[in-house]
Design a protein around this ligand. Structure first.
Ligand SMILES: [Zn+2]
Length: 425
């Protein structure tokens, strides 16, 4: 007997939830049949329609909000997401009755209950972003981590379910009206007004609304590096402390500047060119500043880094606490400096091993109180930032990016604290 075509058995999420209606609308235009079906499912006429522009080149964002608690988000005329609001949000009048959308779920559902109701494996795109794959889309469960609450483990913390076509970690539709960072782009006659935008960003950095990522070009250097013509693209990245999105301001040698918002995993994977030596593009003042700053001396890939500043030597060694990797930055003391003078790299390898055996992340480790990235050292001094700036274009950074890229695409287990953003709030 001939073997017939494989019979596809419909999955529970397809038959026992209305999520397929949300998934089918993805990437459609507002007039498309699939989108209109979702509009009907949300109750017909939207209670409000909000529109705004995002970034440069401009994304035209349009949000249809329904009193049923549903929301449809369009970028440049195509649906990029559909949201089931379980908690009321600004501009969205109602909340859904989740039981009507997913059989067996309630508005107080925990992650385990959603998992059971949909019979789908849960994956994570970062500590606070569990999601499931639904057909050609993804359903991300946004839980609120209220103080002292167990997040997704306890009932009552589910805020909304966001269905997107882009992998979670690369989609951010529910944060794009952040009051802190949405007005930082200044448009000129032809796209980004670079100087004015840098001014806005610098003001936001000094008021601590956003933070510069020292792995990228600093705002202060951006125009000088771009003007040198030595790089095809120069980019500054800044993270909003409110919505956690990363702002990327990019100046191109052969094209107009761009200004965009990205999620962390996406921003980390953007192309990064090595920054040419400051002597090739900096002013005399800037060169003098660089000479006074921490400077790269040596490193062992994946293991340790040595930088110097004046007479001081700073040593950064990676260690592992179970599943979480971290690193400790210490200033070498007299004994260690002498050890390095005599033993060179092999002494540093030994020191790195010692620091791995007594990880600085544990109280009781002799390196706990010496870790400058932990205790901050002199008041107001950002040792970790200075160190990162000294090794910006080095291989360890490239490794870190590759490692994170890998973990961003393959994480299917409950993540550890290492998945929290590394920059302090
Ligand atoms: Zn923001």
């Amino acid at each position: 007997m001939a073997v017939g075509p494989a019979v596809t058995v419909a999955q529970r999420w397809e038959t026992r939830s209305f999520l397929p209606v949300l998934v089918d609308a993805l990437s459609g235009a507002e007039a498309d049949e699939e989108v209109q079906r979702l509009v009907e499912a949300f109750g017909g006429e939207p209670a409000s329609v909000a529109e705004h522009c995002l970034g440069e080149p401009v994304n035209r964002v349009r949000k249809l909000r329904f009193s049923s608690g549903g929301e449809i988000v369009l970028y440049d005329g195509a649906v990029v997401g559909a949201i089931l609001h379980v908690e009321p949000t600004a501009g969205c009048p109602g909340v859904v009755d989740l039981g009507q959308w997913i059989a067996g779920a309630t508005n107080a559902a925990t992650l385990d209950e959603l998992k059971a109701a949909l019979e789908l494996p849960v994956r994570f795109a970062g500590f606070s972003s569990p999601y499931v794959a639904v057909g050609h889309g993804y359903a991300c469960f946004r839980f609120i981590r209220r103080d002292g609450s167990g997040g997704w483990k306890e009932p009552g913390n589910l805020a909304r379910i966001v269905v997107t076509g882009k992998a979670p970690g690369l989609a951010m539709l529910d944060g794009d009206e952040c009051p802190t960072c949405s007005d930082l782009l200044v448009r000129g006659e032809r796209g980004v007004d670079v100087d004015a935008t840098i001014g806005q960003l610098e003001a936001a950095v000094s008021s601590q609304a956003i933070a510069e990522d020292a792995h990228w070009v600093t705002l202060g250097d951006l125009t000088a590096i771009h003007a040198s013509g030595l790089v095809a693209r120069a980019e500054s990245q800044l993270r909003c402390r409110t919505c956690r999105r990363v702002i990327c301001l990019t100046l191109y040698r052969d094209g107009p500047a761009t200004f965009g918002y990205h999620v962390r995993d996406d921003a980390m994977l953007r192309p990064m060119e090595p920054i040419p030596p400051v002597e090739q593009w900096g002013s005399a003042e800037r060169i003098a500043m660089a000479q006074a700053a921490m400077q790269y001396v040596d490193h062992e890939p994946g293991c340790w880094f040595l930088v110097r500043q004046g007479d001081a030597l700073y040593f950064d060694a990676r260690y592992s606490l179970g599943v979480a990797d971290d690193s400790a930055l210490i200033e070498l003391n007299g004994e260690e400096r002498e050890g390095y003078r005599i033993g060179g790299r092999s002494y540093l390898a030994e020191l790195a091993k010692r620091m791995q055996r007594r990880p600085a992340g544990r109280r009781g480790s002799p390196y706990y109180s010496r870790d400058l990235s932990r205790r901050g050292g002199e008041a107001g001094r950002d040792y970790r930032g200075e160190f990162s700036a000294a090794i910006t274009d080095d291989t360890w950074q490239a490794e870190q990016r590759a490692r994170r890229a890998l973990s961003a695409t393959s994480s299917s287990v409950e993540p550890s604290a290492a998945d929290w953003p590394t920059t302090p709030d």
